[in-house]
Design a protein. Structure first.
Length: 520
């Protein structure tokens, strides 16, 4: 039975102040009341909190700005209060704390703690909790469904970012968190980096989405932790992320495999939600064990793909080195193509094909004799026909690698024209694949703004002239919609040109790199 009630101020000038009674607390601006609030939103006699039989009730005294419980305004009558309810008198907010009379023992009336519970179970022990709780009883239906969904994500998702967001959304939903975050580190000594965020139905949006202090403690000590008494802990209560994020109860769960620690799953609840329990901790810990191996696998796959992309880029640049007039061409065309693809809101899969295929678009030049490829003068008609074969030669090279099949249209068709007068297949309009049409615009723009390979003294035209040429050739050489879109991103293209003057390294990560689908 609750014998006394304590109200703790949580905002403004009353933050941290306490009012306690075993019978009644009256709030308002009058000096004769138990809770004197010098605030313009509070009436002279605003509200009263009174113990009636075995419960505590709050009643508004016809105040001007109203009395609220957990954000809901009282409309006549009294409302019973429970522990951790938020009561507002006007704009002044307080949290309810109910205390029960203690038997005479050597124990103190209250025992503030920072960590309510912790678990440092191994990965195998965490996995064992996937199908049963700590009492070896079957996991409840909703919880089991969350774990099963996580398993489905692992088997169907290639993108690390997508996987992290889906895992987090399920965790926030099944554990009724106001928000969640996943922070990962490249290695146990590296700093934690925010990788995913998700909001629950009770989200109180703000600058702070997780407690870096608690996450770092969880990661450093290698144990999952539960905090339910944050408002009673001086160190945590003073943390800006805790206060501004309205975090009253926090779960920090270690993401780990038998090989290493990966990071932390951070979930929190606000003041008017029930605090997390030990069962919540064990469920979250089981979920973390279940998904960590999948997270590690996607990280390894991402690193493998990054290495693959770097290898492709080096191959393309090695080809460029045979032609002194086209240095940096691959870098620039790739960046322009990705900028245009992002502006067109292409899917992540299509952007991945561009990211891998564009550096390879001229790979067929490896089969062109140096006497033609490096010729400083204008090519003869016969030489020009031979030069055109680099598209089919490139497609033939790429076709020997099954995982690169999606990029073949870029390599073969980036010299086709909208009017059907291109090569090698004289495709017209949308018969040319979209990604090849994108690269065609980027490739031609770079050719116009670069020193031409077949004329020693012919310099590239200024960018503004090249943009005008793209506009002029819309509907002839270029897809008119793509030409228009390319002109719309003129500033981004110019910024990329400026950046490329500083380096000839392909900076695909700055253009939103994500894992592709070409290396198994």
């Amino acid at each position: 039975m609750s014998n006394s009630l304590r109200l703790r101020g949580i905002n403004g000038e009353v933050k941290g102040k306490l009012w306690e009674s075993e019978s009644i607390l009256r709030a308002g601006r009058l000096a004769s009341l138990e809770i004197v609030l010098d605030d313009g939103s509070v009436s002279r006699r605003h509200a009263e909190v009174q113990r009636i039989e075995n419960g505590w009730f709050v009643r508004d005294l016809d105040s001007t700005n109203g009395t609220y419980v957990n954000g809901i305004r009282l409309k006549g009558g009294a409302r019973q209060l429970h522990a951790r309810d938020i009561v507002q008198f006007g704009k002044v907010a307080m949290m309810v704390e109910l205390k029960e009379k203690q038997e005479k023992t050597n124990q103190p009336d209250s025992d503030p703690i920072q960590i309510e519970a912790a678990t440092s179970s191994s990965w195998e022990e965490g996995i064992a909790r996937v199908i049963s709780d700590r009492n070896h009883s079957p996991v409840a239906g909703d919880q089991l469904m969350a774990l099963l969904r996580a398993g489905q994500h692992l088997s169907n998702i290639d993108s690390e970012e997508e996987l992290l967001h889906l895992i987090l959304q399920d965790a926030v939903s099944v554990l009724d968190a106001q928000r969640g975050a996943i922070v990962l580190a490249e290695n146990p000594q590296a700093p934690l980096r925010l990788r995913a965020l998700a909001n629950g139905k009770n989200d109180n949006t703000g600058r702070f989405q997780f407690s870096r202090k608690l996450a770092q403690r969880c990661f450093a000590q290698g144990e999952s932790i539960l905090c339910t008494s944050i408002e009673e802990d001086d160190e945590l209560r003073g943390q800006q992320s805790i206060a501004e994020g309205t975090m009253a109860s926090v779960l920090c769960v270690l993401l780990r495999t038998p090989r290493k620690r990966l990071g932390v799953l951070h979930l929190d609840r606000c003041y008017w939600q029930k605090p997390f329990t030990r069962e919540d901790l064990y469920l979250a810990d089981a979920l973390a064990s279940h998904v960590s191996a999948g997270i590690e696998s996607t990280q390894l796959l991402r690193k493998q793909r990054d290495l693959f992309l770097n290898t492709i880029t080096m191959m393309a640049q090695a080809i460029e080195m045979r032609d002194e007039y086209t240095g940096g061409h691959t870098v620039r065309v790739t960046n322009y193509s990705l900028l245009l693809g992002q502006h067109l809101n292409l899917s992540s899969k299509e952007l991945d094909i561009l990211r891998i295929g564009t550096p390879l678009h001229d790979i067929g030049k490896i089969g062109i004799d140096d006497s033609i490829l490096r010729k400083p003068d204008k090519l003869t008609q016969e030489e020009y026909i031979i030069m055109q074969t680099h598209t089919v030669k490139g497609a033939a090279i790429i076709s020997t690698i099954p995982d690169l099949e999606p990029v073949i249209p870029i390599v073969r068709s980036h010299h086709e024209r909208w009017d059907g007068r291109g090569y090698p297949d004289k495709l017209a309009g949308e018969n040319t694949p979209l990604l090849a049409r994108i690269v065609a615009v980027a490739d031609a723009f770079d050719a116009m703004t670069s020193n031409r390979p077949y004329h020693k003294d012919k310099k590239g035209m200024p960018p503004e002239f090249a943009f005008n040429e793209v506009k002029t050739m819309a509907g002839k050489q270029f897809d008119p919609k793509l030409a228009e879109a390319f002109i719309e991103i003129e500033k981004s293209i110019l910024d990329s040109m400026s950046a490329n003057k500083q380096t000839n390294c392909l900076q695909v990560s700055s253009l939103g790199s994500s894992p592709g689908l070409f290396v198994s």
